[in-house]
Design a protein around this ligand. Sequence first.
Ligand SMILES: Cc1ncc(COP(=O)(O)O)c(C=O)c1O
Length: 374
Amino acid sequence: MTAPRVLQTADPRAAYQAAADEILAAIRRVLESGHYILGPEVEAFERGFAKYLGAAHVVGVASGTDALELALRAAGIKAGDRVVTVANTATATVAAIELAGAKAVFVDIDPHSMTMDPDALEACLVRSGEAKPSAVVPVHLYGHPADLPRIGAIAQTHGMAVIEDCAQAHGATIRGRRVGTFGQAAAFSFYPTKNLGAIGDGGAIATNDARLADQVRLLRQYGWRQRYVSESPGKNSRLDELQAAILRVKLARLDADNQRRKTLAGEYLRRLAGAKLELPTVAPDCESVWHQFVVRTPAREALRSHLAGAGIQTAVLYPVPIHRQPAYRDDKLDLPVTERTCRELLCLPMHPGLGPADVELVCRQILSWSVAQR
Ligand SMILES: Cc1ncc(COP(=O)(O)O)c(C=O)c1O
């Protein structure tokens, strides 16, 4: 007897299976080349991803966390600096700010996009009595762009660097321009469940600034320009040849995968229009790449257990905002929109391996739950 199928929120194995022949050929090519670290595959992937984004430079590193840390360091962020970001993000965003030696300052989010509220950023900058932050890290969350045109203008007025966290938004656009090209630099993660996912860890920095790209190249390998000669203090954060070769295969499929996510999201929105839920929206000048499909309800836990009973997995990204977590606790800070969002959000299954029948099943279960709520 086969076990009943559980609908997963993300499915990296399905992503591998969809391109298995090409991925296995890419792996074999690397294994037989004898070149495993920082070689032709990494260079080709960096060129390909830069072209895809419309950025002048891409530098591959070992993870999204490292990409953020190295981008901040290359942009001149140093010990004691303050960096503004949001609290409804992966802990990695804040860990990277701290790894660069800086302190994270949290501002609230916009209730519609669930990304950084530019008004809250502005208010934080005019608050007296605190040193002015040196950088801002907006997070393009769930595949939806943060308001980079406004955040960028505010940052420019206040002389701050903008480092975009693009870990959840490969291919998303604002006014037709891809995220990752708005700030001084941007950080991408290739964690296996991301829209562009490796089969292991990986990350990259994108930038139009040749000097910043050069700095990151030094930082990712012991400060070496010439082997065994450290020009500056660096670390080991290299993207390996196997992951780069796999990412080249995945990059060629990224737009089609994102289009599939968009179709599934459209189906969810259409079918759930009457449900007792807050549905996600897309800002008029933006294209989301639907990394997550996030609904909100004060009855989140009840809906979650109803769906679990029907074999439908859900996720909560993120249940506890960073300023309420033991490592970063700040009891004096109130971020009401962030806190409500973290209490109410639920991520429904969303990945290119889903079919319309899967979305229909999820929606049918949500609608029957929703009717029982009235
Ligand atoms: C918003 C965000 N920032 C940063 C990261 C860190 O990426 P990585 O897990 O590759 O270090 C992630 C991934 O979990 C993320 O979702």
